[in-house]
Design a protein around this ligand. Structure first.
Ligand code: SF4
Ligand code: SF4
Length: 300
């Protein structure tokens, strides 16, 4: 199956960011140039895992006579490997990067939650936590793909080190939640505080369904991320594609805060009521710190 969705490029491969960096007379993206040794270590881990995204398939195939039982078995394995959320759907061209081929019928999404309390340790700690979880997801996806191949079915791991799968359309289809105004998918339990790994495969599995719980309606009246974005990069108006509202972030306004300074931004997600949840005390302490370093005070 050939993909139809363009992937947003990262770093200097992103034409908007590249132009901004060069207009400032810089050679590198300031945020990436200042990354800690820990973050570099996590990056190395998913690069290493990429070498093992595929491998030999067990010729002694386990025949699937009970799809529901096999689905439960695979989901239990993903949870044993550390997943907090697991969902399955049929792969479609819009879930695959433009022009890339993925020869499988299903995609398994396995996500690991981040620790919201890291916000108390500062923006760099929030980023380190994100990278730690991305690395853990690359371990998870690699091991889960190997497990599926051990059952006798082809399977590829997809994660930060190697991927053709687009996260948002898969998250929506497997029922993890709905797209929020800040551009990330919001889950009922974890807000947008989770990172993914994926496995594509031909193992016959039961699929999950999209599940809405009122996020997009809530966003229409909430606007907290929009009002607190330091770059005013989050729009009031939305577009509708395939029946889903999307608020398109203005990257030229976002990048001065999220890429062209040393500290991580991520504020739109960190102030979202679905992320804050029951962590109000942590949130208030975190925002005092953000205010000291020049961010706006959040308004509810
Ligand atoms: S990352 Fe920061 S600047 Fe970018 S949209 Fe979110 S809050 Fe705004
Ligand atoms: S802060 Fe409010 S408007 Fe923004 S994504 Fe979260 S719920 Fe939606």
């Amino acid at each position: 199956m050939r993909g139809t969705t363009p992937r947003r490029m990262q770093g200097l491969a992103d034409p908007v960011l590249s132009t901004m960096v060069h207009d400032l007379g810089l050679e590198e993206v300031p945020h990436y140039a200042s990354r800690s040794g820990k973050v570099v270590g996590y990056t190395d881990r998913w690069v290493e895992n990429a070498k093992f995204r595929d491998g030999p398939v067990n010729p002694q195939r386990v025949e699937v006579t009970d799809r529901a039982a096999m689905t439960a078995q695979v989901k239990a394995k993903a949870r044993e490997l550390g997943a907090d959320l697991v969902g399955i759907c049929r792969l479609t061209p819009t879930m695959i990067d433009l022009g890339e081929e993925v020869p499988h019928e299903f995609v398994i999404a396995a996500c690991i939650a981040e620790d919201y309390h890291k916000v108390l340790e500062g923006a760099d700690a929030v980023e380190e936590e994100a990278m730690r979880v991305y690395a853990a997801c690359s371990d998870l996806a690699t091991e889960l793909a190997a497990y599926v191949r051990g059952l006798g079915y082809p399977a590829w791991a997809h994660h930060n080190g190697v991927r053709e799968v687009q996260a948002i359309p898969v998250f929506y289809q497997v029922g993890f939640g709905e797209l929020g105004r800040h551009g990330s998918l919001i889950n009922e339990k974890y807000g947008a505080d989770f990172r993914p790994g994926f496995v594509t495969t031909d193992l016959p599995l039961d699929v999950d369904e999209p599940r809405e719980f009122g996020v997009q309606d809530f966003c229409m009246n909430c606007n907290v991320c929009m009002r607190n974005c330091p770059g005013d990069a989050i729009p009031e108006e939305h577009v509708v594609t395939e029946g889903i509202k999307r608020w398109l972030i203005d990257l030229e306004k976002c990048y001065p805060y999220s890429r062209l300074r040393d500290e991580y931004c991520h504020l739109c997600v960190d102030v979202c009521p679905f992320n804050v949840g029951s962590h109000r005390t942590t949130f208030k302490t975190f925002m005092k710190h953000r205010k000291r370093i020049g961010y706006k005070t959040p308004k509810y």
